[in-house]
Design a protein around this ligand. Structure first.
Ligand code: ATP
Ligand code: MG
Length: 316
């Protein structure tokens, strides 16, 4: 069974979505993307800042209404789920774990919420369940009475993961789960995720701007650029044989172990304007292989959801 299926999913933020949009423009954030997440697998989604990763994530968990397209969770359309039922199937671990926790609530109160509201768990059983999950993610019992500001980034991330696990959902969307952490702590959290996936038969989407982060934990990787999935393949093939010029650029900038992470966002030009997206390939302005066709023709989408997929007229 597929854990999750996205079919022709798009999101354009219109001027009604945000009063802060200065010039009342439509912003294209996610552009006609399709993919499947298989059960007990991890799909890494990578791409630079602003390419639409969090927008995609928020649609997948039902926090944001897509402009068009379909989302199926465990072979059932997301719209057919009641709120409570949805929370028992899929959980979002937020990009910034500290700010997603209520600063006025203790960790006990934050962690009790999914048990109370999603599972109507009896008060007497809440602490027992909580302590068992906290043990799984390496959190101590004494943390329960503390407030969010009293935690390090790594601990806050573990709390976010614990909260998702307490919902007992089998699909977890982890948005930049380690980007706020020191490199040494990053691998601890990634290893923890791998262990939890095996132990509890979970399916993950792990979102990162850093290809090195998703390399070791992903079965498959989808590379996003400016709202498109430009390449989707097994993790191994993405590294061994990148087919899209953007993936090639990303793979080329993945640092060797213990070296500084490279910042690919400074290379050449900036992203195109999401309020005025280009007609053809959005990577054209940065691409060394581009032709006239690339400039003027809409690039392929993965309508069959088969792998390997590359959205390029001149794949490598
Ligand atoms: N509520 C909103 N209203 C209007 N535009 C938005 C809104 N949220 C995001 N955007 C725009 O949509 C695009 C995608 O944003 P998104 O947050 O999904 O990117 P991201 O890949 O998660 O970036 P990051 O790596 O920085 O977290 C950006 O151009 C962003 O400015
Ligand atoms: Mg984001």
């Amino acid at each position: 069974m597929n854990a999750l299926e996205a079919i022709n999913l798009s999101k354009t933020y219109s001027d009604t979505d945000g009063f802060f949009l200065k010039n009342k423009k439509n912003i294209r954030a996610v552009n006609d993307i399709s993919f499947t997440l298989k059960e007990n697998q991890t799909l890494g989604i990578v791409g630079e800042s602003g390419c639409g990763k969090s927008t995609l994530a928020r649609m997948l968990v039902g926090l944001l209404e897509p402009s068009s397209g379909t989302i199926n969770l465990q072979n059932k359309n997301i719209q057919q789920y009641q709120r409570q039922e949805l929370g028992q199937v899929i959980q979002y671990v937020f990009q910034d774990p500290l700010s997603s926790l209520n600063p006025r609530k203790t960790i006990y109160q934050s962690l009790a919420a999914p048990l109370k509201y999603l599972h109507q768990q009896d008060n007497s059983l809440i602490k027992e369940k909580m302590l068992s999950v906290m043990g799984e993610v390496g959190l101590k019992e004494e943390f329960l009475d503390r407030y969010p500001h009293e935690f390090s980034g790594g601990q806050a991330q573990r709390i976010g993961i614990a909260r998702a696990l307490l919902a007992d959902a089998k699909i977890l969307i982890l948005d930049e789960p380690v980007s706020a952490l020191d490199v040494s702590i990053q691998s601890q959290v990634l290893n923890l995720l791998n262990d939890l996936k095996r132990k509890f038969n979970l399916s993950f989407i792990v979102i990162s701007h850093d290809l090195a982060v998703v390399e070791n934990i992903s079965d498959e990787i989808a590379v996003m650029y400016f709202g498109d999935i430009v390449e989707h393949n097994s993790s191994k093939e993405i590294f061994q044989k990148p087919r899209h010029p953007y993936t090639e650029l990303l793979v080329g900038s993945v640092p060797e172990l213990n070296k500084q992470f490279a910042d690919i966002s400074n290379k050449n030009t900036e992203l195109p304007d999401p309020a005025n997206p280009p007609l053809g390939c959005s990577f054209y302005s940065r691409c060394s292989y581009g032709s006239e066709k690339c400039q003027n023709t809409k690039t392929p989408i993965n309508s069959t959801k088969k792998l390997p997929f590359v959205s390029c007229f001149h794949p490598l």
